[in-house]
Write a protein that binds this ligand. Structure first.
Ligand SMILES: [Zn+2]
Length: 376
């Protein structure tokens, strides 16, 4: 990122969004029946699902041109698009977006693990646990943030960190790595959820001040790493655990169960760069996330029985690579500080990857994974 000249930012351009009268309309359940006939091919033992929060095609494009025209996404041959809208808004938030992937239902913005009528649905992580698969969550935000929370919590308010943390006790996730320890230990109800998780059989590590590379993962117990008291730092301010954490997590989960494993890994802060209309934040987070994706692909190619899927919940910022851009020196603009309704690319590699071609609802990603993982 040395070539990134600070002066190249054009001022953020905010276009007024026309609030169309259909803003509050219900956009349907997003349920489709396209999966049944597509699953006669190979099925993976392991699934690595990677979410770049706020990572639309413009962000991928900008990161590519800021990396000498190279992108990890060139390693994928099976590419599709999903329609990212939620039950109550063409522009989804991360809670509804993650719930679509995790539970296969379109829900209202702000809801986790339940539909728009507040009916709870099992998550793919819970279903994988029931089947006996090993499971993991690795994120660069707090563990109670919307995207990871959608895999273990069922709640109608994404901002209720303490309530979400409490629901982690019901999850049997084998491994988690992320920030947000405060919601587990400094609580208004006085409970110490780190102690309660430990009593449940977890080994919980606070690695806020330690390099993850040095830690021993050699336990048969479930394991959790807190990487920050609240939200982890941006990459540009020194956060550096995502790549070794992904590597450690894959090694930990591999061969932990004869049924294989499911892991969700999130590049959480690409979205925060978009909200801040900060192109350098977006690109540096995305470059790190690309290295995490490369780790996943390397593991999967060596293993031969692992499906890797990469997508985003939504685009953030209305990011554009504008005229005047040159290789490794882009001029950018943003249309908003919020999310947008753009279709989102999906990249897949490994057994069953061909199912992810085409254009489909975000909820279909759940049904495709569920079918490939033979979950009920
Ligand atoms: Zn966001």
């Amino acid at each position: 990122m040395q070539q990134w000249a600070k002066g190249v930012y054009v001022p953020s351009i905010i276009f007024l969004l026309l609030c169309i009268s259909s803003c509050s309309t219900s956009y349907g359940t997003g349920k489709t029946n396209t999966v049944q006939n597509e699953t006669t091919g190979a099925k993976p033992k392991n699934v690595i699902f990677l979410i770049g929060d706020g990572m639309g095609l413009p962000q991928i494009t900008g990161a590519m041109y800021m990396n000498n025209n190279k992108t990890v996404f060139e390693r994928f041959k099976n590419i599709g698009f999903h329609k990212s809208y939620s039950a109550d808004n063409l522009v989804t938030d991360s809670a509804a977006g993650a719930t679509a992937f995790a539970s296969g239902v379109k829900t209202d913005n702000g809801y986790l693990g339940m539909d728009a009528h507040k009916k709870s649905f099992p998550t793919i992580l819970e279903m994988a646990e029931t089947k006996g698969m090993a499971t993991g969550l690795v994120v660069t935000c707090s563990m109670t943030h919307a995207t990871p929370a959608a895999y273990y919590a069922h709640i109608d308010g994404r901002t209720d960190k303490e309530g979400i943390a409490l629901q982690m006790l019901n999850s049997n996730v084998d491994l988690f790595i992320g920030g947000g320890e405060n919601a587990f230990i400094h609580r208004t109800d006085g409970r110490d959820l780190v102690k309660e998780l430990t009593d449940k059989g977890y080994v919980i590590n606070d690695i806020t001040h330690l390099p993850i590379e040095d830690l021993d993962m050699g336990t048969k117990k479930n394991i959790g790493f807190f990487t920050a008291d609240d939200e982890p730092l941006p990459v540009t301010e020194g956060r550096n655990y995502a790549i070794p954490a992904a590597d450690k997590a894959l090694r930990f989960l591999d061969n932990r169960s004869p049924e294989g494993f499911f892991i969700m890994i999130e590049g959480s802060q690409i979205d925060w760069g978009g909200h801040a209309n900060d192109a350098n934040y977006v690109v540096t987070e995305l470059h790190e996330f690309e290295k995490v994706i490369a780790e996943a692909l390397d593991f999967a190619e060596k293993d031969g029985n692992t499906l890797v899927i990469v997508t985003a919940d939504h685009e953030t910022g209305g990011f554009a690579v504008n005229p005047g851009s040159k290789l490794n020196h882009i001029d950018v603009a943003f249309t908003t500080k919020e999310h947008t309704a753009m279709m989102i690319p999906v990249f897949a590699s490994g057994p069953g990857a061909e199912l992810f071609r085409g254009i489909y609802e975000n909820t279909d990603i759940f049904f495709k994974m569920k079918s490939l993982m033979s979950l009920e």
